[in-house]
Design a protein around this ligand. Structure first.
Ligand code: NAD
Length: 488
C-alpha cells in the first residue's frame, strides 16, 4: 500500500521519486511504502496551511476546540486500532501501543483548555489613565517533525496545542512508521476541521529542509536524535524561526542500598527493556551505590532473563523487536564494542531468535557490568534493550556519572531516604527527574523537559510551554481622553 499524504483536506498520492518499504519489525513483511515526498509536495502543504490560517485564526478559541473534543472521542473509540497499527509498524507490544495513545489523548484533553490557557494579562493605570494589556496571537503556519519510536504520542505533543492556539500545521512523521499518523488523519478528517488546518506530508530530509527554509513556516517542533536535533535547531535559527528540538538521551538511575529492591528491580527492568529500550526516557545506565551493587545486579539479571520476547501482538509478550535489522546490527555491534572495551556481558541478547519469527529484528535484554569510564558506550545512545551497570561508593560519586554525561533527558533515584531524594532532585542535571520512578514522563500539563544535548530551545513540548511556543505576545499600551467620554 502506498501511503498517501493529506493536504488541504484531501488524500493524495505524493509527488515523490523515491519510496521506502515499511517492514513489520517482528515478521519482516513489507506492509506499506512511504513516499519520500519532494519539495513541490511539501510546498503544496505549506501553501494549504497558509491559505487556511487567516480564517482559522479568526475562529473563536471556543469553536477551535470543538473538533478536539470530537477527536478525543474518536481516538478513544479507535485506541485498539492504533495499538495494533503501532505494533505492526514499530514493533512495541500492543499494551505499549495503547499506553502511548493514552498519552496522545491526554494532550488533546489539555489543549481543550486553550480558552483559559491562551489568555494574556493586563494592568490598568500603568501610568495615570494608561492601561496595558498582553494578548497572545497565533504564529501562522507551524511544522512538526517526529521520530519512529512513538508514532502515536509524539505528534500529539504538538498538534492539539498548535491548532487550538489558532495556527495551521504541517506534520512530517518518521518515514519508518507512516501508518499511525495516516490513521490519526483519517479521524481528524471526521472532526470538522476546515481544510488546510492540518496537513500530513510523508518523507525524509527533503521535506524537513523545505519546512526549515520556507519563510511561510514560522516555527519548528522536532523530536529525534541529537545530531539531527542540533542540525534542525541551527538551520531553523539561521532562517529566523523559533524552534524546539528534543534530542537523544543516555538516562541514568542511581540505586541506593536503602531502596525497596524488588520494586526498584521491576520498575528499572520495565524502563530499560520496555519498548525494547527504544524510549528516550529508557534507563540505560544503572549506578549502584555500596552494597546495592550485588543485590541489584542479581535481581535485575533475573528479571531481564525472564522477560518474554516476541511479536507484540501476542498475548503475554513483554518485549517486541527493535525497529530494523540495521538497528539490530548496530545494537549488537555496540554490545561487542562494550565487551571489547572491558565490560562483562552478564546476559547477552545478541543472536536472538524467536520461534516463528526468525526474520524479526529481535535483540533480547542485555546487561553489561562494570562498563569502564573510558568505554565509548558511556556517552553513546544505544537505543536498544541494553542496560549498563556501573558502581559508586557513595551518592556523590554516583552523581558524578550524571554530571559527566552529555545528555540530560532523565535521571532517576531509587531510595527510601527523603533527604537523599531531596538532594538528588536539587542537583541532578536533567530535565525529567524520577524518584522511585523509572520512566519520568511528564503528564500533558507539564513540560517535557530535556536538558543539555537532549534539548535545543527554550520552550518544551506540552502544557503551558506549548502555548507559549505556539503564540506570539503582543503588548498594547492604551490611553483614552476623559474629555471625550464626557460627551456621552
Ligand atoms: P531521527 O533523528 O533519525 O529522525 C527523526 C526525524 O528527523 C524523522 O522524521 C526523520 O525523517 C528526520 N530526519 C532524520 N535524519 C534527518 C536528516 N539528516 N535531516 C533532516 N531530517 C532528518 O530519530 P529516530 O531514529 O526516528 O528516533 C529516535 C531518536 O529520537 C533517539 O535518539 C531518541 O532518543 C530520540 N527521541 C527523543 C525524544 C525526546 O523527547 N527527547 C523522544 C523520542 C525520541
Amino acid at each position: 500500500m502506498k501511503v498517501p499524504n493529506y493536504v488541504n483536506g484531501e488524500w493524495r498520492e505524493a509527488t515523490a521519486s523515491e519510496w521506502l518499504d515499511v517492514a513489520n519489525p517482528a515478521t519482516a513483511e513489507v506492509i506499506a511504502q512511504t513516499p519520500l515526498s519532494d519539495v513541490a509536495e511539501a510546498m503544496r502543504a505549506i501553501a494549504a496551511a497558509e491559505a487556511a490560517f487567516p480564517e482559522w485564526r479568526r475562529t473563536p478559541a471556543e469553536d477551535r476546540i470543538q473538533p478536539l473534543f470530537k477527536l478525543k472521542q474518536l481516538l478513544e473509540h479507535h485506541i485498539d486500532d492504533f495499538a495494533r497499527t503501532i505494533t505492526q509498524e514499530n514493533g512495541k507490544t500492543f499494551a505499549e501501543g495503547k499506553g502511548e495513545m493514552r498519552r496522545a489523548i491526554e494532550n488533546v484533553e489539555v489543549a481543550c483548555g486553550i480558552p483559559m490557557m491562551m489568555q494574556g494579562y493586563n494592568l490598568e493605570d500603568v501610568a495615570r489613565g494608561i492601561d496595558e494589556i498582553m494578548i497572545r496571537q497565533p504564529l501562522g503556519v507551524v511544522a512538526a517533525i517526529t521520530p519512529f519510536n512513538f508514532p502515536g504520542m509524539i505528534p500529539f505533543w504538538f498538534l492539539p496545542y498548535a491548532i487550538a492556539c489558532g495556527n495551521t500545521l504541517v506534520i512530517k512523521p518518521s518515514e519508518r512508521v507512516p501508518l499511525t499518523m495516516k490513521l490519526a488523519f483519517e479521524l481528524l478528517e471526521k472532526t470538522g476541521l476546515p481544510k488546510g488546518v492540518v496537513n500530513l506530508v510523508n518523507g525524509g530530509k527533503t521535506v524537513v529542509n523545505t519546512l526549515l527554509d520556507d519563510p511561510r513556516v514560522r516555527a519548528i517542533s522536532f523530536v529525534g536524535s541529537t545530531p539531527v536535533a542540533r542540525y534542525v535547531y541551527a538551520r531553523a535559527g539561521a532562517n529566523g524561526k523559533r524552534a524546539q528540538c528534543q534530542g537523544g538521551a543516555k538516562n541514568h538511575v542511581i540505586v541506593l542500598p536503602d531502596a525497596d529492591m524488588p520494586m526498584a528491580t521491576q520498575i528499572i527492568s520495565d524502563s530499560a527493556f520496555g519498548c525494547a529500550g527504544q524510549r528516550c526516557l529508557a534507563v540505560s545506565v544503572a549506578v549502584t551505590v555500596g552494597e546495592a551493587q550485588q543485590t541489584f545486579r542479581d535481581s535485575i539479571t533475573d528479571a531481564a532473563a525472564n522477560l518474554r520476547v516476541g511479536n507484540g501482538l501476542e498475548e503475554g509478550v513483554q518485549m517486541g523487536p527493535v525497529i530494523s535489522h540495521q538497528s539490530k546490527d548496530r545494537i549488537e555491534n555496540l554490545i561487542g564494542l562494550g565487551q571489547k572495551q572491558g565490560a562483562r556481558v552478564v546476559i547477552d541478547g545478541r543472536n536472538a531468535s524467536v520461534s516463528q519469527y526468525e526474520r524479526g529484528n529481535f535483540v533480547r535484554p542485555t546487561i553489561l557490568d562494570n562498563v569502564p569510564s573510558s568505554s565509548e558506550l558511556v556517552d553513546t545512545e544505544i537505543f536498544g534493550p541494553v542496560l549498563s551497570l556501573v558502581h559508586a561508593n557513595d551518592l556523590d560519586e554516583a552523581m558524578d556519572f550524571l554530571h559527566r554525561s552529555a545528555f540530560g533527558n532523565q535521571a532517576s533515584l531509587f531510595t527510601s531516604s527523603g533527604s537523599a531524594a531531596r538532594r538528588f532532585r536539587y542537583d541532578a542535571p536533567a530535565g525529567n527527574i524520577g524518584i522511585n520512578i523509572g520512566v519520568a514522563a511528564p503528564m500533558a500539563y507539564f513540560p517535557f523537559s530535556g536538558w543539555k544535548d537532549s534539548f535545543f530551545g527554550i520552550m518544551h513540548g506540552q502544557g503551558r510551554d506549548a502555548v507559549e511556543f505556539y503564540t506570539e505576545k503582543k503588548v498594547v499600551v492604551e490611553r483614552w481622553s476623559r474629555e471625550h467620554s464626557r460627551k456621552f
